[in-house]
Design a binder for this molecule. Structure first.
Ligand code: GDP
Length: 298
């Protein structure tokens, strides 16, 4: 996903090689090139501005290193600032001291929520947990079945309203799932909620009601990294309409420009916890800002 950005940044930084000393004009020219590369990759403008200002300030400042030449010093600064916009430290999943923990998933339809529910469940099993998946997307006819399939593949239990009992109330299902988890000795409840194709008030209200009813330890906003700048506006809408404590980036295996993925954390102030990069259950991992920055800088 970050191939073009990565190539551009690498070549901009390579141009500095061999220079004994960097003038302010050299730094300005480099900053301009980096700015263009980030904008072309779809990174949100305010994020680009902050990033460039910091890089310039530090590169022109008094960060003199004995061990690094000026070009290496700039690479180091760009790398560190990239890690910073991606969230700095790796943020671990928050679980409750008294189980069951509740993790709620929110996001647009098609963002990869249901797939993620399976991935997260499998990952949690690997961490020694006993998750219960909960189907609260009761609007889309196939959603419950899809979650059941995903649950089966991940080898975990799924709680869903009985078929034939009407569509049911998602808030009620979420609430009841906590008791179900206690009976089934499940220590983590993962609640999959309904999404729409676009931001929609009713969907937001329903997600906010579910949040209110089950008081999750984490609300994860799931966002398709391929939707470009819309990722940022959608994130802002969910932040204001539902609120979330962390972000999951999906479809990082796509060939879109990916800059939006680099903007979500800075724009919403919430950390990226996980990244998905494929359709299979194992295409999923904890998000590490430092590793992502190194990948981008090649
Ligand atoms: P939901 O509507 O938010 O529940 O989204 P789904 O989980 O149904 O996913 C929508 C589509 O995206 C499905 O075809 C998934 O197989 C696909 N998908 C989900 N995550 C990824 C990913 O990380 N990479 C790719 N390439 N496809 C994904």
């Amino acid at each position: 996903m970050f191939d073009t950005l990565s190539d551009r940044l690498t070549s901009v930084l390579q141009n500095l090689r061999g220079k004994g000393r960097l003038s302010d004009a050299d730094i300005d020219a480099t900053a301009r090139e980096i700015r263009i590369a980030l904008l072309e990759a779809d990174v949100a403008l305010p994020v680009v501005r902050t990033f460039i200002a910091k890089v310039k300030e530090r590169a022109k400042g008094s960060e003199v290193s004995q061990a690094l030449n000026p070009a290496q010093q700039v690479v180091k600064i760009v790398n560190e600032e990239l890690v910073e916009i991606l969230g700095g430290e790796t943020r671990r999943l928050n679980l409750a001291k008294n189980p069951p923990s509740v993790i709620m998933l929110a996001g647009l339809q098609g963002s990869g929520k249901t797939t993620l529910a399976g991935k997260l469940a499998r990952w949690l099993v690997g961490q020694g947990h006993r998750p219960l998946l909960v189907a609260c997307d009761l609007q889309r006819p196939n959603a419950v079945t899809q979650l059941q399939v995903v649950g089966e593949r991940a080898g975990v239990a799924v709680y869903a309203p009985e078929p034939g009992n009407g569509v049911g109330d998602p808030v009620d299902v979420a609430r009841r799932s906590i008791d179900e988890a206690k009976h089934g000795q499940n220590d983590v409840v993962v609640v999959d909620t309904a999404g729409r194709l676009g931001v929609d008030e009713e969907m937001m209200r329903q997600a906010a009601d579910i949040r209110e009813a089950v008081q999750p330890d984490e609300v994860l906003f799931v966002v398709d990294a391929m939707i470009g700048q819309d990722a940022v506006t959608t994130a802002e809408a969910f932040r204001d309409g539902v609120g979330f404590t962390g972000v999951v980036l999906t479809k990082l295996d796509g060939d879109a420009r990916g800059g939006a993925a680099l903007s979500v954390r800075e724009v919403t102030g919430q950390p990226i916890l996980f990244a998905s990069n494929g359709e299979k259950l194992e295409d999923f991992d904890t998000f590490h800002p430092d590793r992502m920055a190194s990948r981008i800088l090649g």
